[in-house]
Design a protein around this ligand. Structure first.
Ligand code: BEZ
Length: 235
């Protein structure tokens, strides 16, 4: 790709671009095969590199936690299938890192040697690298709509607690028609009504003692952790 070439990158609110791909778990038709589930589609720069290895071990270790939130994981790099298989086998058989060992990566890892998918998803960012994908993270909802996009450079390993927090916050916003404030975690107050709606604080406060207004445009209410977990995680 030429450095100044204009590429169309998917945006929040767009339908996730469709593609068929070969993965370590067989062929996939994306996003159709994942309809009804949330999906995190993420890219890494290269197999057999240290930051990516630390990330894959962490993600694989958290796979059940994401599954409990109805979320499947799909990885991608511009390496080939045999490289992926050899790298994942090395991780399982040889790498012990931060108390994690025998880590089996069970989620699909896409081979994309032609960079077709990586380019379509804006994962090749030539200012950073024209031969490797950056660390992109796409949160895609059960209807195949992109809901959050996060990009990290090659040198920066992702924060997986944050990825999980984003997933739960998106699901909470959908389930309760609320927004979530800075650093929100389940159990913290949520913002009502969602950003962009109107009405005065007084209107909104009437008969709603559980609301707290900081000003006319900024009201919150309690949303118990148990309620969030019961709804989002079915716990
Ligand atoms: C890594 O995962 O360690 C890595 C990959 C590509 C460039 C720099 C670091």
């Amino acid at each position: 790709m030429e450095e100044n070439q204009v590429v169309s990158m998917p945006r929040i609110g767009d339908k996730a671009p469709e593609f068929k791909a070969v993965t370590t778990q067989g062929d996939i038709n994306f996003p159709a095969d994942f309809k009804g589930s949330w999906v995190i589609l993420f890219s890494h720069p290269a197999d057999f590199t240290p930051v990516c290895t630390s990330e894959f071990m962490t993600f694989a270790n958290m796979e059940n936690q994401f599954a409990e939130a109805n979320c499947k994981l799909v990885g991608l790099s511009v390496d080939g299938l045999y490289s992926h298989i050899a790298w994942l086998r090395t991780i399982k058989e040889k790498i012990e890192y931060k108390g994690m060992k025998n880590v089996e990566v069970k989620f699909p890892l896409i081979e994309d040697i032609t960079m077709t998918v990586a380019k379509r998803y804006g994962m090749i960012q030539p200012g950073e690298s024209s031969t490797k994908a950056v660390r992109a993270v796409f949160f895609i909802d059960p209807n195949g709509v992109i809901r959050t996009i996060i990009y990290y450079p090659l040198s920066l390993g992702r924060n997986f607690d944050e990825l999980y927090r984003v997933l739960i916050a998106l699901q909470t916003a959908d389930a309760f028609s609320v927004a979530t404030p800075a650093d929100w975690r389940p159990g913290d107050d949520v913002i009502v009504p969602p950003a962009g709606s109107c009405g005065t604080a007084k209107d909104r406060m009437e008969g709603k003692e559980d609301m707290k207004c900081y000003d006319w445009f900024f009201c919150t209410k309690e949303l118990k952790k148990e309620t969030v977990l019961k709804t989002v995680l079915k716990k």
